[in-house]
Design a protein around this ligand. Structure first.
Ligand SMILES: [Zn+2]
Length: 270
């Protein structure tokens, strides 16, 4: 298990947006279509991608926020733009990631005849293609994932929205991802990889999320743990680490293919 440096740059702001969008998707229908519509849902079918479906969703939300933050900048003059710290520069500076500022870029671009708006979009395009930007995105997505992955209530709501979308999206037979589907167009059950199992076991602190039974084997060796799909595969759930939780054998058997409200009980730190 590797460690990860958390700088918490506006992490709660991002996670709050990721959460509110899922809470009420209606105002974002058009925006979300770019995430999961027009055949894009196929990206979410490959079982247990380490860059999980939740990572992809956070990534999408952050991209949209960057786009929104840059709106209206084109109305400023070149002189004003040269002294302005854009949101993206602020984020890169915060994480101490070296990059080219707009005024540095202008010097190397040597093109001041263009309209400010065109220059800006060229600059942002170059930035978005840079290694600095990939590092920044990786950092921001991981930070937000860390917070959201602990929130089972959010995970359930997120996976329920995914399942509803999966239900209306038809994955075409020629799509290479169709191999992951059963005849009824739900996902085939696959073996849960060790890394995903471990993540869920430690997140849920070795306890059944429904009845709180200890499943670590420390206190009672007869309690076996099961890794359960929060939204069952039969109800269009995904094979994604964000859709897993720990259950004991008894709870798992009585849950079966049903959708249960996931537990919102957490053990206090002290
Ligand atoms: Zn249980």
């Amino acid at each position: 298990m590797s460690t990860f440096k958390m700088d918490y740059f506006r992490t709660y702001y991002f996670t709050n947006i990721c959460d509110s969008v899922i809470e009420d998707t209606f105002p974002y229908v058009t925006t979300l279509n770019d995430f999961w519509g027009d055949g894009k849902f196929a990206y979410f079918l490959k079982p247990f991608q380490k860059y999980s479906v939740l990572h992809q969703y956070i990534d999408f939300c952050i991209d949209r926020l960057i786009y929104e933050a840059n709106k209206g900048l084109g109305e400023l003059s070149i002189e004003q733009l040269k002294t302005k710290e854009f949101w993206i520069n602020e984020a890169l500076n915060y994480h101490k990631i070296e990059h080219e500022t707009f005024s540095d870029w202008l010097v190397s671009a040597n093109d001041t005849h263009n309209h400010p708006e065109d220059l800006l979009s060229e600059y942002f395009f170059d930035i978005e293609m840079s290694d600095a930007f990939s590092m920044l995105k990786y950092q921001m997505v991981e930070e937000a994932f860390y917070v959201l992955f602990l929130n089972r209530k959010f995970l359930q709501a997120f996976n329920l929205e995914m399942a509803e979308m999966f239900n209306v999206e038809h994955i075409e037979d020629f799509n290479e991802e169709s191999i992951y589907l059963k005849k009824n167009e739900t996902l085939k059950r696959t073996r849960i990889p060790k890394w995903a199992e471990r993540a869920v076991f430690y997140r849920d602190r070795g306890k059944c999320t429904a009845c709180n039974k200890d499943l670590t084997g420390l206190f009672n060796i007869s309690n076996k743990y099961h890794i359960d799909h929060i939204i069952p595969l039969s109800a269009n759930g995904l094979n994604d680490v964000s859709n897993l939780q720990l259950l004991c054998e008894t709870c798992n058997t009585s849950k079966g293919g049903k959708i249960w409200a996931t537990s919102t009980n957490y053990e206090k730190w002290y």
